[in-house]
Design a protein around this ligand. Sequence first.
Ligand code: AP5
Ligand code: ZN
Length: 217
Amino acid sequence: IRMILIGPPGAGKGTQAPKIKEKFSCCHLATGDMLRSQVAKKTPLGREAKKIMDAGGLVSDEIVIGMIKEELANNKECKGGFILDGFPRTVAQAESLDKMLAEKDQKLQHAVELQIDDALLVARITGRLVHPASGRSYHQIFNPPKETMKDDITGEPLIQRSDDNADALKKRLATYHAQTAPVVGYYKNTGIWKGIDASQEPGQVWSSLVKIFGESD
Ligand code: AP5
Ligand code: ZN
């Protein structure tokens, strides 16, 4: 499969993407996770990215396009296809992705938009807990871990992302509407766009996704 998930912060991209990875044995590439791993390692790129991420802005197109290009070329899991989570986020990124795929005689098959009102996202974002090493996420109320503040699989501690507060969320949403909403328009013109209601509970969102896969193959 070759698909992208588009949606505002907290829409559920990182919740649904691992299930798609499992179903299709493809790779799950999340530019936010890749950037956070640079931040954790305190690389020069990570230090620069952290400021931008905490302020709710976008890291430069060159950097994220470079990261995706590198993974698509070298990550063996991507041989079975890919699910992109958080990329493309600008029209320039979408155009680069099309070019990258065209060079391999490939095309994107699905561009799925997770649609949800901004008002519902505050609770999702401020209650989120993450396991940094795997990118797995939980929610204090909607999806609590089995043991308080511990990852179900490794038992390692869960943390809150430094950009998961009401202030940074406001800026991330403004960035989404200004720079990423046009990406939705870009795909609506191609015939591979589908929108699904992301305010439903996670299992129902998954059913909506499965329906889209079923329609195409
Ligand atoms: P990124 O990590 O991509 O953050 P984001 O887009 O803001 O999205 P989130 O991870 O916050 O939301 P999600 O949709 O994954 O939600 P989740 O499933 O976890 O990017 C971070 C930053 O990196 C950006 O701000 C930017 O600076 C930079 N960056 C990244 N990519 C870039 C790019 N391409 N170009 C430039 N800069 C880039 O769910 C959220 C919570 O809700 C969880 O607690 C979950 O348990 C819960 N939940 C999920 N689904 C449901 C449901 N159906 N019902 C109830 N609760 C639910
Ligand atoms: Zn995410």
